[in-house]
Design a protein around this ligand. Structure first.
Ligand code: ADP
Ligand code: CA
Length: 421
């Protein structure tokens, strides 16, 4: 039975879905996690404690572990783990995207450089150091612009600035976020911010699987809520897209070109694009699948889930039929309505009983401190729906959300609580 090394952060939402998929495929799993696993010596090689920085120490731990327990694939499950998966695969001689290509997708500045160089439609961009004279920088910019950290995800630290004052405030805010992020210490990530021209337009999200350099589109999601900033909290994802065939083909083609330019050839990709009257603009292309619990909105022929598609591909198994189910489907990442401590939720049963709703999952716990964007990086919960048409899915998600009420107690300034979800 082949064995797969799954890199799963302690805070991952995906552990159950990946482990279920592995079980379904009958493959052995080693969980590589930064969660301290006290029973590791007794786990017969099934668990491995490690950090996710792609450094010598973590790579040699993986290589040493793979001597008695050989693995057929190393799978990174989210942004935090993609780099280590690439570097460890190379060290073990396993097929994987090149380290260079994964690095180019992971580092937002490298990403912009590679796309612009390949002649792919790109916004004006520039890297600034927090040590620069930021007041001078602020004067030199055209507004509105977007500021973003180089290697965070889930829109954390992404801020729109409409003028010089907003730009300087956003720099301070991002600098504070970067101070809190472990692992962002390398190569200037902690001291750099990427500035991009703001691209107006409708946003979509594309879930794809690259096979030998060819893009297979698994799903295209519309994001029907306006994402104008200044922060970019994700809410609704609905598939199939209601965009015209022509628009969709353009989005597919631009995504494939971007993946090609980055040098990505295999495995899952998650891309975000904006569409306006000048065409489709790739905002992000990550060498991983969709985050949170959102993959539960996808189902393929034979009720195969996205995690199974990913594992099959990584292990070189006969591939699943990649046709998505016929019904429309969607997910709402429940917006965090306010900062504070989650005390209670009412309306859960009423939300769950809305027509079209499959489930409402609250991933935060009572007593947790909710932190909205741009600082936060945890979800409050997810609502899932199915229906015949995308409009009905969207309506069901909005109706269910409208039935939920959250009691959130604001933090008292004197308590100075720093706990996150
Ligand atoms: P992350 O990897 O943290 O999700 P992204 O680069 O995807 O960061 O940015 C998050 C969101 O911010 C995007 O989904 C988009 O809505 C918005 N955004 C990012 N860059 C731009 C841009 N240049 N113009 C307009 N909106 C942008
Ligand atoms: Ca994104």
């Amino acid at each position: 039975m082949p064995r797969v090394l799954l890199l799963l952060p302690a805070t991952s939402y995906r552990a159950k879905d990946f482990l279920d998929a592995a079980r379904r495929l009958g493959v052995d799993v080693v969980v590589g996690s930064n969660h301290r696993q006290v029973l590791e010596p007794f786990s017969s090689g099934r668990s491995l404690s490690l950090g996710f920085e792609p450094n010598e120490q973590n790579i040699s731990r993986i290589v040493a572990h793979a001597r008695p327990y050989p693995v057929a694939a190393v799978v990174g499950t989210d942004e935090e783990t993609t780099m280590l998966a690439a570097v460890a695969s190379a060290a073990l001689g396993l097929p994987h995207n090149s380290i260079k290509s994964v690095e180019a997708a992971h580092n937002k500045y490298r990403f912009r450089c590679v796309l612009a160089q390949a002649g792919i439609r790109s916004p004006w961009f520039r890297l600034v150091s927090l040590y620069d004279d930021l007041s001078e920088t602020a004067k030199s910019l055209a507004y509105p612009c977007i500021l973003k950290p180089l290697n965070l995800s889930a829109s954390r630290g992404v801020i729109r600035a409409d003028n010089e004052i907003a730009f300087l405030a956003a720099c301070r805010r991002i600098a504070a976020i970067l101070q809190q992020v472990p692992g962002a210490t390398d190569a200037g990530h902690k001291n750099s911010i990427l500035i991009e021209r703001y691209i107006p337009g409708r946003e979509v999200s594309l879930e794809g699987l690259l096979k030998d350099g060819n893009l297979n589109v698994l799903a295209l999601f519309d994001k029907p809520d306006p994402l104008d900033g200044p922060f970019f909290e994700e809410t609704l994802y609905v598939t199939p897209s209601r965009l015209s065939d022509g628009n969709q083909q353009e989005i597919f083609a631009e995504t494939a070109r971007a993946a090609g330019a980055l040098g990505l050839r295999d495995g899952p990709i998650h891309a975000e694009l904006r569409l306006n009257n000048t065409g489709a603009w790739v905002i992000e292309l990550a060498a991983r699948s969709i985050g949170g619990l959102c993959s539960r909105a996808l189902s393929f022929a034979g009720d195969v889930k996205l995690e199974e598609v990913i594992l099959r591909h990584a292990l070189g198994f006969p591939e699943a039929d990649l046709k998505r189910e016929d019904r429309a489907s969607g997910v709402m990442m429940i917006p965090i309505p306010a900062a504070g401590q989650l005390r209670s939720i009412t309306g859960l049963e009423a939300a769950r009983s809305c027509p079209g709703i499959d489930d409402v999952i609250i991933s935060a716990h009572f007593g947790d401190w909710l932190v909205p964007l741009p600082e936060g990086d945890r979800y409050l919960g997810f609502i899932f729906a199915h229906a015949g048409k995308p409009d009905e899915v969207e309506r069901a998600l909005r109706t269910a959300h409208g039935r939920l009420d959250f009691e959130i107690a604001p933090a008292h300034a004197s308590e100075n609580k720093k706990v996150q979800l």
